[in-house]
Design a protein around this ligand. Structure first.
Ligand code: FES
Ligand code: FES
Length: 165
């Protein structure tokens, strides 16, 4: 098995790692960096539980060899909060009680954040469409859709730019 040296920026922190060619980004995040927000759900790119941000775009970390992420800037659910304060999206999920067992929640929150980067005022159909790749086994979608709407409204009311998401 070959090994490779890679550099990642994860939640603003640069890390250098030696990874095996078959090591997945999800395993690096969870097992080596102890960032357990991203979850192993299906392992085949179907459920979205492992979703993290690469820059401002969602990626499925169960589906990406770590070596292919060399040089990437990654944000996990842990990296959304700043100085102990939940992000706008995280707070909206709490306020709308959009969490049941919580297994899908980090991936959903990341996907919601990416959606608001892309479209700061999504309508319900656009939110539903964006959630196509993220499954909630507890089927709590209605509250999550409300949470995205609340986050969008708060961003607009506060005149926040998307750097503050
Ligand atoms: S665990 Fe990655 S998509 Fe399901
Ligand atoms: S809250 Fe349980 S899987 Fe979504």
């Amino acid at each position: 098995m070959s090994v490779h040296d890679i550099t990642l920026t994860v939640n603003g922190r640069k890390v250098r790692l030696t990874v095996k060619s078959n090591e997945l980004l999800l395993n690096v995040l969870r097992d080596r960096l102890l960032l357990t927000g991203a979850k192993y759900g299906c392992g085949i790119g179907e459920c979205g539980a492992c979703t993290v941000l690469h820059g401002r775009e969602c990626v499925l970390s169960c589906f990406i060899p770590a070596v292919c992420a060399d040089g990437w800037e990654i944000t996990t659910a842990e990296g959304l909060s700043k100085d102990g304060k939940l992000s706008v999206v995280q707070q909206a999920y709490v306020d709308k009680a959009a969490i049941q067992c919580g297994f899908c929640t980090p991936g959903m929150v990341i996907a919601s954040t990416a959606l608001l980067y892309e479209n700061p005022e999504p309508d319900e159909a656009e939110i539903k469409d964006y959630f196509r790749g993220n499954y909630c086994r507890c089927t709590g979608y209605a509250a999550m859709i409300e949470a995205v709407k609340v986050a969008a409204m708060r961003m607009k009311e506060r005149g926040c730019d998307d750097e503050e998401l």
